[in-house]
Design a protein around this ligand. Structure first.
Ligand SMILES: Cc1cc2nc3c(=O)[nH]c(=O)nc-3n(C[C@H](O)[C@H](O)[C@H](O)COP(=O)(O)OP(=O)(O)OC[C@H]3O[C@@H](n4cnc5c(N)ncnc54)[C@H](O)[C@@H]3O)c2cc1C
Ligand code: FES
Length: 282
């Protein structure tokens, strides 16, 4: 039996500084043993444990799409021990990834439906994976309208800026990019305002064929929920991803549980209806 704690060796192939404060970097990894790509088959919404020798492991959402072959990508916010060590690593360095872990956005349910992606700040990683996957020519016809509301504090704090601009130019996805403030950016041509307000103004009304996937900082989620209520989204049509503290990532250590559910194994993706039945420990 395979040891579930054994990471797959990967090499850093490209590092991209995403934000003007240089705190968010995207790491693109290639597999040291090309056959490991088959062991790391994932779906949009899953995460992996990134393992830095001598420092430890951290759970990070998979930012690349399963439709992107030959590499896997993660965007990491520098906050503490392991994420800082990772930020010091450079192209060519070898480290480990363990996964894919957790469940994923319910693609089986979302096929044939309108999908509204609502994201804030650096929690846009698995949402990028989802958008790239849905826009792939082999998949786009499986979904109806796709709306994206994505916000950050300033234009320089948005992730994946080149891709956002490319998606803006397409007519098969409706982008609603926003910043809290565009002061000092006279050329800013998108929205200004908080994500909940832009959601209220631009998102389609809720109906049985329309689902929202929401990922962002707690304050954004807190104020977006009543907006989705007002727009008529049923609780089981609102999908969220939790970022509880984790250790093993495979339901063994009990570090991440909420009531009887392990966020690492039963989640991190839950509908608002499911979350409402769980203790408020997230
Ligand atoms: C399923 C999942 C997906 C995630 N996806 C991403 C992602 O795509 N990109 C990303 O940058 N981060 C993501 N995170 C958060 C990331 O795991 C933590 O920021 C990371 O573990 C911090 O480790 P550290 O050793 O650098 O910091 P530590 O030294 O452990 O802690 C530094 C500071 O960060 C806080 N912190 C640590 N872990 C968390 C956490 N889980 N939530 C909130 N605060 C925390 C601590 O309280 C402390 O203040 C995700 C977490 C989960 C569970
Ligand atoms: S992180 Fe160990 S049980 Fe979830």
């Amino acid at each position: 039996m395979e040891n579930p704690y054994l990471p797959i060796p990967v090499k850093i192939d490209r590092v991209t500084v995403e934000t003007e404060d240089r705190n968010q970097k995207t790491f693109r990894f290639v597999y040291v043993n090309p056959e490991d790509e088959n062991r790391f088959q994932y779906k949009a919404g899953q995460f992996a444990e990134l393992s830095v020798t001598g420092k430890g492991e951290i759970p990070i959402g998979i930012a690349s799409s399963p439709t992107e072959k030959g590499f896997v990508m993660f965007t990491v916010n520098k906050v503490g021990l392991v994420s800082s060590a990772l930020h010091d690593m450079v192209e060519g360095d070898v480290m480990g990834i363990r996964g894919p872990l957790g469940n994923w956005y319910p693609w089986e349910v979302l096929e044939g439906k309108n999908v509204v992606i609502i994201g804030g700040g650096f929690a846009f990683t698995t949402l990028r994976s989802s958008i790239v996957m849905m826009l792939d020519p082999a998949n786009r016809k499986k979904f109806r309208d796709i709306h994206v509301v994505y916000g950050a504090r300033t234009p320089g704090m948005l992730l994946y800026r080149d891709e956002l601009a490319a998606w803006e130019a397409r007519d098969d996805i409706k982008m609603h990019i926003t910043v809290d403030s565009a002061a000092g950016h006279p050329d800013w041509k998108y929205n200004t305002g908080f994500v909940p307000a832009i959601t209220e103004a631009k998102a389609p009304k809720g109906d049985p064929d329309t689902y929202a996937i929401v990922c962002g900082p707690p304050v954004m989620i807190k104020f977006t929920q009543p907006v989705l209520d007002k727009l008529g989204y049923a609780r089981d049509h609102i999908i969220m991803s939790l970022e509880n503290r984790m250790k093993c990532g495979i339901g063994m250590c009990g570090r991440c549980n909420i009531g009887n559910d392990f966020v690492c194994k039963d989640g991190p993706v839950f509908t608002l209806e499911q979350l409402n039945t769980m203790p408020k420990e997230y």
